[in-house]
Write a protein of this length. Sequence first.
Length: 340
Amino acid sequence: MTTAEPAEGDAAPAAGPSGRSRRSRSVPDLIAGARDGDARAVARLISLVEDESPLLREVMAGLAPYTGNAQIVGITGSPGVGKSTSTNALVTALRRAGKRVGVLAVDPSSPFSGGALLGDRVRMQDHALDREVYIRSMASRGHLGGLSWTTPQALRVLDAAGCDVVLVETVGVGQSEVEIAGLADTTLVLVAPGMGDGIQAAKAGILEIGDLYVVNKADRDGADVVRRDLRNMIALADRTADAWRPPIVLTVAQTGQGVDEVVAGIDEHRAWMESSGELERRRVRRARDEVEAIAVTSLRARWSDVHERTELDALAEQVVAGESDPYRAADALLEAYTEA
Ligand SMILES: Nc1nc2c(ncn2[C@@H]2O[C@H](COP(=O)(O)OP(=O)(O)OP(=O)(O)O)[C@@H](O)[C@H]2O)c(=O)[nH]1
Ligand SMILES: [Mg+2]
């Protein structure tokens, strides 16, 4: 099974292709394994990301030369709209086109990986035996701040592992919809009839993030109305003449109807992104956010370190007593900080 899940492997060290215990595999060995299509190595590397391992510095340095190929496709939409079913159908269509596919299901609200995504995993069983598909659910837990930090690094792992396309589905609601657009080269926004999605889309700012709109559950009444509403709203958007015009595709994810058209739309968007320079722009913006998140995290860690060690109370008392002033006290604090 190529499913890149941490559970079993973490409980009991298993022998990798190197014949050694997985726990003792070095970072270069894991990277070589991942490049070689070893799903366990991919899983292990993503676990290092999830665990915020100190080895990540070495991992990211080792992966860097092999990244930049994968097209990151974000899949977003209201709960129950059919994101997981569509992801499954997209994997089928992409595999048919001979692509190596990664699937990252991210749950920004959950501190646990796996559990909440069980239902999604069951739907992914179609691909469980396919060696060219990596499926991983991941919690973006913790203090380092949601999607901004861990998800791009997990995407780097899948990219370096040779995935042509990585589908990212977020579970849960809220700002993650907009956040995911920041992470993706191409964002699919799913809507469905009978969910009031047209209006919700306008409210949630979803019309600004979609590169491609999918009206799923087209087997139900009202799909044409949703398409018309979307088309009208997109037409109202302020666009320059050479801007990308997001296509609207009707699908029935359960049967796969329309899904090849979605794949064609993803390909077209990629081609436009490359020729317009937008791909480069988006990737630079993304890398900038990532670098900033890491830097701020490390500044914050140093700051709390300084905070613990310096006599802030003593400095404050000096200010109160008139022996010092707030600027001098702040300077003393910053001095300790730059020395840390
Ligand atoms: N009629 C119909 N039902 C669909 C279609 N696609 C998905 N469904 C059903 O809609 C329900 C929700 O589908 P999911 O794929 O789990 O939706 P989701 O967006 O991943 O849901 P969350 O992850 O909970 O936000 C399931 O019962 C699917 O079988 C479709 O094209 N037509
Ligand atoms: Mg789902």
